[in-house]
Write a protein that binds this ligand. Structure first.
Ligand SMILES: NC(=O)c1ccc[n+]([C@@H]2O[C@H](COP(=O)([O-])OP(=O)(O)OC[C@H]3O[C@@H](n4cnc5c(N)ncnc54)[C@H](O)[C@@H]3O)[C@@H](O)[C@H]2O)c1
Length: 355
């Protein structure tokens, strides 16, 4: 499509998270036109479209793609559907902005990536916790040497979900959700941790099902060594009444700590300098992490026909980390980055399914 024309965008899966996509598109209304939404439950598609200017409801993605020829499709369906719907949308020529977790396995991720074309269409994933200015500020401080070398990290997603939450049929099952809180909830904080600190090298993990009547775990803990030498701990839980999302990174010259729940602004970051050292520089702008903020670089990439962030190797890194976490918990052994390739049971399924 011509530079400058508004993008035609559509949403498939008009459930809970679709509202955040509608809000993100509405925040970028000067650049995009939300033309359609599809849901197998047509009443949901109709209700979703009622909150837009003129989007048309559909019952299935195929008819939406054929009639509307969107430039970009948001995939907001349960994780078990992401791989097929992404491939269908890419085949139609549409770019894809797909909800996390990207899919159920590294094998599915590689299938989706193989359906991309140089210069587009591409599929990128919604890891919106990278999008706040506080994350860019930390990376900038690190690059400018203000923090010194990062040494120790803690990454915590301790949330609370009740039995009603797990009454939704696709949740809590390997086949449809792809994993427990390591996959569905902690993936945001873990992606942010990797975005801040770079490649991980080795993981040692444990998982447990402590409360919920589900197939997957409801708690996981992990130790991680980064390529840089940083040592870290990771906790993902859906059984924690006092809910918090937290990342803490001790560097030589200061400790950085981010404390929030589902999104943060600059005020949620705290820097504590080492004794005798001055304060670190303050950030220049304050952008909250959100779907709207995460959408901006996807739209820019579309205009420039280049690979968006959170796609390809950049989008795969945290999924490989999650696969390693599950493999380590299952085998009782440490798992190194790169060891889960085709032929490994944990390449095909986070449960290590040998099918
Ligand atoms: N980024 C975030 O912060 C965030 C938060 C919550 C959920 N999510 C992710 O968003 C995705 C959806 O989660 P949700 O909570 O909105 O789920 P949901 O169950 O509320 O909504 C899913 C919708 O998909 C529809 N659907 C099912 N099969 C379909 C099909 N074949 N074609 C079209 N529509 C179909 C359902 O009818 C439902 O309306 C999941 O991957 C989830 O992990 C992301």
């Amino acid at each position: 499509m011509a530079q400058g024309k508004r993008l035609r965008v559509a949403v498939v899966g008009a459930g809970g998270i679709a509202d955040s996509h509608r809000a993100a598109y509405q925040a970028h209304h000067h650049d995009v036109d939300l033309v359609a939404a599809a849901d197998i439950d047509e009443s949901r598609a109709v209700a979703f479209c009622a909150g837009t200017e003129h989007a048309k409801p559909y019952r299935d993605l195929g008819s939406l793609l054929a009639e509307q020829e969107p430039d970009l499709v948001s995939i907001c369906t349960p994780p078990g559907l992401h791989v097929e719907q992404t491939k269908v949308a890419l085949a139609s020529g549409a770019w894809v902005w797909c909800e996390k977790p990207p899919c159920r396995s590294l094998a599915e991720y590689d299938e989706m990536a193989a359906a991309e074309r140089d210069g587009g269409p591409y599929v990128s994933f919604v890891y919106q916790q990278r999008s706040g200015s506080g994350a860019a500020h930390f990376r900038d401080l690190l690059a400018r040497g203000q923090l010194g070398r990062p040494l120790v990290a803690h990454c915590q997603t301790t949330w609370f979900r009740d039995a009603d939450y797990y009454a939704v049929p696709w949740r809590g099952r390997w086949e449809t959700e792809g994993g427990g809180p390591a996959m569905g909830h902690g993936i945001h904080q873990m992606d942010l941790l990797l975005h801040l600190l770079g490649d991980w090298a080795e993981v040692r993990a444990m998982t447990a099902r402590l409360v919920h009547d589900v197939e997957t775990e409801d708690v996981s803990t992990a130790l991680v060594r980064f390529e840089s030498g940083v040592l870290g701990t990771v906790v993902n839980s859906v059984v924690s009444p006092d809910e918090v999302s937290r990342i803490r990174i001790d560097c030589e010259r200061a400790t950085a700590e981010l404390t929030h729940l589902y999104g943060y602004g600059n005020g949620d970051w705290r820097y504590t300098a080492a004794p005798g050292l001055g304060e670190v520089d303050a950030p220049v702008e304050d952008v909250r992490s959100s779907h709207a903020a995460a959408l901006a670089p996807v739209l820019a990439a579309f205009r420039q026909r280049r690979r968006p962030p959170c796609s390809g190797a950049d989008g795969r890194r945290v999924l490989e980390f999650v696969a390693a976490l599950y493999k380590s918990a299952c085998t009782g052994l440490g798992v190194r980055r790169g060891e889960i390739g085709p032929g490994d049971a944990f390449y095909r399924s986070m449960a290590g399914d040998p099918r």
